[in-house]
Design a protein around this ligand. Structure first.
Ligand SMILES: Cc1cc2nc3c(=O)[nH]c(=O)nc-3n(C[C@H](O)[C@H](O)[C@H](O)COP(=O)(O)OP(=O)(O)OC[C@H]3O[C@@H](n4cnc5c(N)ncnc54)[C@H](O)[C@@H]3O)c2cc1C
Length: 558
């Protein structure tokens, strides 16, 4: 783990560099030219210059040994600058992951030291024209080459699609089928038979290079098989999902905030109907406040998951999926709202929010689409529901109720209502065998993600008030404001779970008319409705916090 002071310094150098070298006009120009600024990417990865790569490489190989929390902080900062450049720089981290988790000690020493010492760029080659979400369908092959009955190398044949850094990387990790199953190989640029296409013309992240790769009888020595044992590829890919999805979650968070941080000051200066837009409740409470709330709920889950990964709780794939799902969806919604917040100006290329909204779109697609995240989340928590005989979310609710008795202002009681309602919906789904409908399985994934984020945000507000939040944690909001954010999000989560849950259960025919009232009662619908009391006052308060009108707000309360 990096020391908090070192991390702070790295983040500051990154910000200073971006301010000097990547002002908005430069980014917009590069976006228009659809150009990846390779020199900038190399500068950022060069150990003698910015050396961002060093943060992710273990100390024994010459890096700084950053953990998941450090990765999240850097990724958020990078995304606030530009998501295309962030993708290009972080592709090396993603590309070297199969090595970090699965390589032999010699392979690790060779490749990870080269990233630290030389700043070589990696690309991660998994996706194929016919194998996207379903990687198991991959067709690229790696056939063993035998000499005296011994495997001395492999011949790789096939195609990869949408590979970040595909046209600019020095080294590629490539997933291919061996006789024992999918396996990762390291292939260097310039290897005979290995070519890449022209960069794709993309909707967003146009400052990143994305290209297809072709392998035509590409020979690599046996020591390029990562880990030295065939058939470990999918396990090695799985082993880092918690981590890598957290990276993309941080991308969504950074891009979403970057859009809002443009809309907020804009609205203080734009006068319509005799007053700044920032003073119009119909504007702030639709286009700004709810997005801040959802982004901070996602942040809370990201930070909690990062801390747990760093504490050695394993790769936490489902938690990574929840973090990615919530942050990327919130980031997209925030950027979309920022365009609306800037009106006609927001719709033009001249204003960054337009570019950000195109850039952030990728975060719900790569590293697993939102729908695949919903499926991952739902399947895992469904098993927990069954294993605990329906008690999993009731137990989470009880813990939140305990928190509420100790700290009544963080909305933990309402987050508990969401968790109880979720447990009831899941139980109804079990009895009615509703997960045979894929639509319901995936929608449950969304309800689970909202419920868990509501609990996480309440815990975060409590920890901040207790002075127990990690030193590296984001401190944009003080404990009173975070409690307000938590109350607003908990209300949204509880209402969503109750109403959507009911709609799905009734919609699938699992609840007769006569049974509806009983289900509504078991989900505590009236309590969830009553919990909405105070919503507008909380949103008024949050708008005052965001626009630095806290003094005015306090006077009004008095
Ligand atoms: C700019 C960019 C950069 C990328 N960088 C990389 C990279 O560096 N390395 C790499 O390996 N890959 C990379 N990718 C690929 C990316 O990870 C895939 O695009 C992604 O996993 C989705 O796969 P797909 O495009 O084949 O879509 P599909 O899997 O065909 O999905 C299409 C749609 O169907 C939905 N869907 C899929 N399966 C199901 C299902 N079972 N049930 C319900 N709905 C389903 C999806 O959610 C999606 O909405 C990149 C992609 C882009 C666009």
């Amino acid at each position: 783990m990096i020391a908090p002071k070192t991390l702070k310094m790295s983040l500051k150098s990154l910000r200073d560099f971006a301010k000097k070298k990547l002002p908005d006009e430069t980014l917009i120009e590069l976006d228009e030219r659809d150009e990846c600024p390779l020199e900038i990417v190399r500068y950022m990865c060069n150990p003698d210059q910015l050396g961002i790569q060093l943060l992710f490489i273990p100390e024994e190989y010459g890096g700084l040994g950053g953990g998941a929390f450090d990765v999240y902080c850097i990724c958020e900062e990078m995304a606030r600058i530009d998501l295309g450049i962030a993708t290009a720089v972080l592709a090396t981290f993603l590309g070297s992951d199969p090595i970090t988790v699965g390589a032999t000690p010699e392979q690790k020493k060779h490749w990870l030291s080269r990233i630290a010492d030389e700043g070589i760029l990696f690309a991660y080659g998994a996706t194929e024209p016919e194998a996207g979400s379903d990687l198991g369908a991959l067709k690229t092959t790696a056939d063993p080459v035998l000499q005296d009955g011994r495997v001395v190398g492999y011949k790789i044949n096939g195609n990869k699609q949408w590979i970040s850094n595909g046209g600019i990387a020095d080294t590629y990790t490539v997933l291919a089928n061996t006789p024992a199953g999918p396996s990762w190989f390291v292939v260097e640029k310039g290897t005979k038979g290995f070519t890449h296409d022209e960069p794709e013309g993309k909707h967003g992240i146009r400052l990143s290079n994305t290209a297809a790769l072709a392998f035509n009888d590409v020979y690599v020595d046996a020591d390029r098989l990562i880990g030295g044992v065939e058939g470990q590829g999918l396990n090695q890919a799985q082993a880092v999902f918690g981590y890598t999805r957290l990276m993309v979650a941080a991308f969504g968070l950074g891009a979403g905030w970057s859009a809002l941080d443009r809309a907020i000051p804009y609205s203080t200066k734009r006068i319509q109907a005799g007053a700044p837009l920032s003073e119009k409740q119909g504007y702030t409470h639709k286009l700004i406040v709810p997005h801040v709330v959802r982004l901070e709920a996602a942040r809370s889950y990201i930070e909690e998951t990062a801390e747990r990964i760093d504490a050695g709780e394993g790769s936490l794939n489902t938690e990574g999926a929840i973090a990615k799902y919530m942050a990327s969806e919130a980031g997209n919604a925030a950027a979309e709202a920022a365009i609306q917040a800037l009106g006609g100006y927001g719709y033009t290329h001249e204003y960054m929010v337009e570019k950000i909204s195109r850039d952030v779109r990728i975060t719900t697609i790569y590293e697993g689409t939102s729908e695949i995240m919903e499926m991952t989340i739902s399947r895992d928590r469904w098993q927990l529901h069954l294993k605990t005989r329906g008690q999993y979310y009731h137990e989470q609710a009880q813990a939140l109720e305990k928190l509420h008795t100790r700290r009544p202002n963080v909305g933990a009681d309402v987050a508990a209502l969401a968790a109880h309602a979720l447990a009831e919906v899941m139980e109804k789904a079990r009895i009615g065998r509703l997960t045979r409908y894929q639509h319901i399985l995936l929608r449950l994934g969304e309800l689970i993600a909202f419920t868990e984020c509501a609990g996480s945000l309440a815990r975060r507000a409590d920890r901040l008030a207790e002075g127990k939040l990690s030193e590296k944690a984001n401190r944009r909001f003080d404990s009173t404001a975070l409690a307000g954010l938590s109350r607003v999000f908990a209300r949204e989560a509880a209402l969503k779970v109750a109403e959507e849950g009911l709609r799905l259960a009734i919609g699938a025919g699992a609840v007769s008319e006569a049974e509806t009232a009983a289900l509504e009662a078991s989900m505590q619908m009236p309590a969830i409705h009553r919990a909405q009391a105070g919503l507008i006052a909380d949103m008024d308060y949050l708008a005052d916090v965001l626009y630095n009108r806290a003094a005015k707000s306090a006077a009004r309360a008095a």
